[in-house]
Design a protein around this ligand. Sequence first.
Ligand code: ADP
Ligand code: MG
Length: 446
Amino acid sequence: MSKPSTSPSSATDQPNETLVEVEGLKKYYGEAGRFSGPPVKAVDGVTFNIEEGETLGLVGESGSGKTTLGRTLIQLETATEGRVSFSGQDITKLSGDELKQWRKNAQIVFQDPESSLNDRMTVGELVREPLDAHDWKSPADRREKVRSLLSAVGLQEDHYFRYPHQFSGGQRQRIGIARALALEPDFLVLDEPVSALDASVQAKILNLLEDLQEEFGLTYLFIAHDLSVVRHICDRVAVMYLGKIMEIGETEELYTDAQNPYTKSLLSAIPRPDPTSERTRITLPGTPPSPRDPPEGCQFSTRCPAKIRPEQFADLNDDTWDAIEQFREVVRERTRLDVGVRDRMKRQLGVFSKFDDIEAAATELFDDVETPPAVETPIQTAIEHVKDGYPGRARNHLKAEFGGVCDTQRPEMHPVSASGRLSYCHRHSDEYADVDTTLERRTDGH
Ligand code: ADP
Ligand code: MG
C-alpha cells in the first residue's frame, strides 16, 4: 500500500503484497487488581500494515513501547487485545505445535550484542541452535547451513569454533543476525540492532542488513530510539509515544514535512551538522507520564507544544497560559508522590505539610504574569487541594477548568498526505484546523 500498485503495462514492478496486518493491538502488563494498581499499558491500541519486502522503522523515546510492540508482533508476548495477521493468518490464536512451526517465519535481533549471546556456546553452536531446536534436515546439512550463514553475514568459516567474547561488538551483532536468519524467516524484528555500536560499525551493520534483505527477500520492523538512524534504511516510519503511534508514513515525507507535533519535536532534537543553520529547537516540558496512568485525552497532551486551548482562553496572554500548563505539570508530579499512612494521619489531624511547597511553586510561576480571576481562582483552589494532601483532586480541578479537547478526548488517525500518511492529532480535524497554537507562535520566532 505504501507504493503504487502496478498497472499491467509496467510489468517490471512487483506489486506490493501486505505481509503483516496489525489491528487494534494492545499489550498490558499486570492485571488491574485490588492491590496491584492499574496495568502498564505498554502498547495501547495500534493499527498498521507492513508490506512484503518493506522496512518499517519504529521510533520513539525509551519506554514508549517499541520493544513490546516488536515482541508482541512475533508472539514472544501474548497480545492483550487486537489482531496480528501474517499473510492473512491471525497468529494471536496459535498455540502449541502450530505456534512453534509458525515461529520459524519471524525472528528477532536484539539490541545488545554483549548480553544476547550465550557465552558458553561457540559461534557455530549459537547459529546452529535454532536449526537443532526445529530438527532441521540432517546434521551435515545443518553444518553446511551454518557455514553459509557465517559467510552471508561477513564472518569466516574458522570462526565456527570460537566463543562470542572473542569478538568485537559489531562481529557479535553479525552472529546474532546469522542466528536470526538460520530458519529462513520472512520477517525480522530488528530491536535497536546498532544502538550499542560505534558509528563506523553502525554503518557496516546497516549495509549488511540492507544486503541481506535484498538477498533473502526479507521484511523488517526496524526499531530505533531516534530518527537519525532510520532515515536511510526505512521505506516508511512509525513514530511511537506512550503506547500509541503518533504518525506513520513514507520516510522522506515524514522527515521533510512532519505533521504531528510529537514528530516535529523529535525531529527538532536531531543534532545538525551545521549548528548555526536556521531551526527552532522544541524542548518538551515535563517528563513522559507513566504508562500506568496515561493522560485521558491525547497521550501527548501533557507535553504537547501545539495543544489546543479551550475557546474561553484563546485570547489569554501566552505567558499566563504557559504558567498554567507548567503549574498543571507540577501538580501532576505531586500526584505521583506516595501519600503514606503517617501522612494520612497528619492530614486527619490537620497538620499535613508534605505539599506545602506548592504555594512557592505557584508564586514562582505566576508572579510575573497577568492572572485574571478566571485563572487566579482555580489555581487557588488547586493549591488548597494539594496542601490538604489531595493532589489528584487538584489535578482534576485544573483539568475541568483549563482542559481542552486534547486533555479529554482521544484523537483519531487523520490522513495528512496524498501518499496515505496518518497522524494522531486533533489539530487535523476540520473543527480545529485553524486554531492558533503555541507551537506555531514559538516556531515563528518567539
Ligand atoms: P521501549 O522499547 O520503547 O523502550 P518497552 O516496550 O521496553 O519500551 O517498555 C514499554 C513500557 O512497558 C515501559 O514502561 C516498561 O517499563 C514496561 N514494560 C516492558 N516490559 C515489561 C514487563 N515484562 N513487565 C512490566 N512492564 C513492562
Ligand atoms: Mg526497547
